[in-house]
Ligand binder design. Sequence first.
Ligand code: NAD
Ligand code: DAU
Length: 368
Amino acid sequence: MANLLVTGGAGFIGANFVQYWAKQYPQDRIVVLDALTYAGNLASLQPVSDHEQYRFVRGDIVDQDAVAALLREEQIDTIVHFAAESHVDRSISGPAAFIDTNIVGTHNLLQAARSVWLDSDSAPMSHRFHHVSTDEVYGSLGPTDPGFNESTPYAPSSPYSASKAASDHLVRAYHHTYGLQVSTSNCSNNYGPYQFPEKLIPLMIVNALDGKSLPVYGDGSNIRDWLYVEDHVRGIDLVIKKGTVGETYNIGGNEEHSNLDIVKTLCATIDAVFSDNSELAERFPHAPSVGGSATASLITMVKDRPGHDWRYAIDASRIENELGFTPSHDFDSGLRRTVTWMLENEAWWRAILDDSYRDWIEDQYEQR
Ligand code: NAD
Ligand code: DAU
């Protein structure tokens, strides 16, 4: 039995992780620590709200004393660290929050873990600090470059990726210098249920359903390696349970696609679901299919993101060979599942679009 602290558990990947872990390991205690920034949403944790071993704590990872007190109170032995500012465009318009949470926050979390796990009077307890990071720390690839492996030199290029790179180095330094039992995973682009509709795939789906333009940056040729979020959380589970302490594991889907191809595939998927289900026309009267147009007519090429990395690709052979990881979902099936989830969970994303989720969250939080 383990006692987990999941930072950022009300965000996209964190909430998927918490739901997965509660199902997979029902005896384990799961304490979620989340500041509920714009990206944190308690509605994403509704499926586990009745789970006996679950507790939600609203708090900031920058607050080292509060984190240390929580680690002691809950006798936490495993930290799974998702909390971050995660959106590249926001890091370009406002980098300071990325430095605060991703660098200072991660450092304060490490300090709290060190003080409770290594510096207390009692003998050091068995523990694990798992740090969730990104492939963006490795920079951008050319068309024929091999995918990033765990030895690829760091070359981050946005304030977001630079802040994540700094956090990765700090995590490793705490292992090397103080003996903190850490592991790190660097993953490619995730998609799936509960993703905030500012990221490419959910943004395109909600805009398409509402008949709004689908903004593709630059010429749309930029490539990402896509992984369905449930596969990512399974990969993290493997690293926590079977990975070597102090090591890093790259996780990817082996699914490289250009942005324009993705948006076109999404448009075709949405056209197909509308032609199969006549009820959708009533629910989404502004969708192009309703007026007989193709969803792709909404695609609009817009000004490029400054410093836009051209290609990311992951060489996942280490986690495959050493821990037996393979993704369960290919991109086509993952994308269809995502569109279906968005159609079945309109209330979840509509509340974000009209901002009512913030009032709901404050209300829910007050009731705890
Ligand atoms: P997200 O933006 O959806 O969620 C981040 C969560 O962290 C939110 O719930 C937010 O409220 C919380 N948070 C932010 N600042 C905090 C603070 N100071 N204290 C406590 N909580 C705070 O992010 P995500 O997409 O779920 O990403 C989770 C992690 O995975 C991040 O570390 C990100 O770098 C990494 N990652 C993301 C992807 C991806 O494709 N989304 C891929 C690889 C790695
Ligand atoms: O690679 C992993 C990273 O993937 C994570 O570490 C980040 O947290 C996550 O946000 C994601 O970063 P990206 O910048 O790749 O994701 P985003 O969804 O913002 O953009 C994906 C691609 O789509 C990118 O090339 C920019 C492009 N794009 C994005 C948006 C929001 C568009 O063309 N139009 C858009 O409106």
